[in-house]
Every structure is written in C-alpha cells, then in structure tokens.
Design a protein around this ligand. Structure first.
Ligand SMILES: [Fe+2]
Ligand SMILES: [Fe+2]
Length: 241
C-alpha cells in the first residue's frame, strides 16, 4: 500500500472525505516520508499519529465546520512554506501535523462566539484566546503527538513578543510555530469565515508585509509574500464556499 492509499484510508475511516484532506496533502506527506530514516519503525509511529490527528480534525469539524476546514488548509499551507524555506523533514512534518491541530482547542469555545459577526466583547475575546490553553489540555491525552505541538502552543506568539499566551519572541518561538503563525493569519484574513469582511489575496499580502518583523518573522513573512497568488491559492484550494 502506498502512503497516499494509507492516507486516503485513514481519512475515510475518520470520515474526512469531504475535502478537508486533499490530494495535495498526499504529495506533501510523500515528499516528507521519502526522507524519513529507519522507515519501518518511524513510519508506523507517524501513521499512528496521523490517525489521531484525523480523529481530532473530525472532532473539530463536528463542533464547527469552518474551523475544521481551516485546520486542513493551514496544515498544507504550513507544509508548503516549510518546503519553500528548505526545512528538514522533521520541521516540515511538524508544520503539516501541527498546522492540522493548531486550533483544536476551539472545540471548547461556543459556536455562537466563533460565528459572531459583530465585534467581540472583551470577555469573549479573552475566552477565544484560551483556545491555545484548551488545546494543550486536550493534547495531554495524545502523548504521541508531543513532537508536533509547537504550532499549537505558539501560533499566537508574535515575533516582537506581543502575542499570547507566553509572550516569547524572535527565534525563541520554534520555527514551525513562526510558519504556522503566518499561514494561519493569511487563511483567517482571506476566507476562514466568509460571512465576515474578508480580504483579497493582495490585501492579505500587504498586511503580512506591514507586520513583518512585528507580528511575523520577517524572513519567513517575506518568503511567503514572494510566492505567487496562484501558488498559494492552489494549496489553499478550499478557500471559498
Ligand atoms: Fe488559533
Ligand atoms: Fe487558526
């Protein structure tokens, strides 16, 4: 059985056949798995982890479909940026797997708040911010996923230290989290919640450039902004509904 077939099998077993996981994900996974040493032992562990990740995506889709779909896109956008940055297979896998679970803690945020079109109250915003802590709590029950948790823990940290919840800065933020921070923001701006005012690709890229060095790692942000619209949207694929 090829990795693609295994991926499809795992996705359909977890009922993710509705487009959350796509053909392009097989390509990322194949290119990463090709570089894995000690194939038999490690690949079994990685596939077991993948099964658990799909279980978590399914839980998220059941709670809030748009967030579940966002997880799928952020994982593959993260894997793409990691590949462009020339990272080692372990970091590329951390971006793919970690991107797929980065917002899992939102299953504990009521959908009325996730869907609220008006400006959030201070209390509601503080509750949303807790999704990072909720996610860490959930993942305590998934010890196999520990190697992929930095995007979940740190995707809201800012390069200048003004993010949350830990307020770490610069390269103290693991590179996979700095990558997911950029692609997460792009996906949120361009169509995560289509009923809100969303930005065009060009507007989102402008915003990322403006915040390179403050919110985002400047080198990675510039690398992302140098990619073509076609390239990004091809990976994002499920952008609009
Ligand atoms: Fe988040
Ligand atoms: Fe997100």
């Amino acid at each position: 059985m090829s990795y693609s077939e295994i991926l499809i099998e795992l996705a359909s077993r977890n009922d993710l056949s509705q487009g959350t996981i796509q053909k392009i994900d097989h390509d990322f996974l194949n290119s990463i798995f090709k570089e894995v040493p000690n194939k038999e032992i490690l690949l079994n562990q990685l596939l077991f982890s993948l099964d658990q990740i799909f279980e978590l995506i399914k839980l998220t889709l059941e709670h809030h479909e748009l967030t579940g779909m966002h997880l799928g896109r952020v994982g593959r956008l993260g894997a793409m940026l990691a590949q462009k940055a020339g990272l080692h297979w372990k970091e590329r896998l951390e971006c793919l797997y970690g991107g797929w679970i980065h917002d899992i803690g939102k299953i504990y945020v009521p959908t009325e708040i996730l869907d609220k079109p008006e400006k959030l109250t201070h209390e509601e915003y503080e509750l949303i911010k807790l999704h990072v802590n909720f996610g860490c709590d959930v993942l305590k029950y998934y010890p196999h996923l520990e190697p992929f948790l930095s995007p979940l823990r740190f995707h809201h940290e800012h390069f200048d230290g003004k993010g949350y919840p830990y307020k770490i800065s610069g390269t103290d933020i693991p590179i996979a989290a700095r990558i997911i921070c950029i692609v997460d923001a792009y996906d949120a701006m361009t169509g995560f919640r289509p009923y809100l005012n969303t930005k065009t690709h060009e507007q989102a890229i402008e915003e990322i450039k403006r915040c390179a060095g403050s919110h985002f790692d400047p080198k990675l942000a510039n690398l992302f902004c140098s990619l073509s619209k076609h390239e990004i949207e091809r990976i994002q694929a499920q952008l609009r509904y």
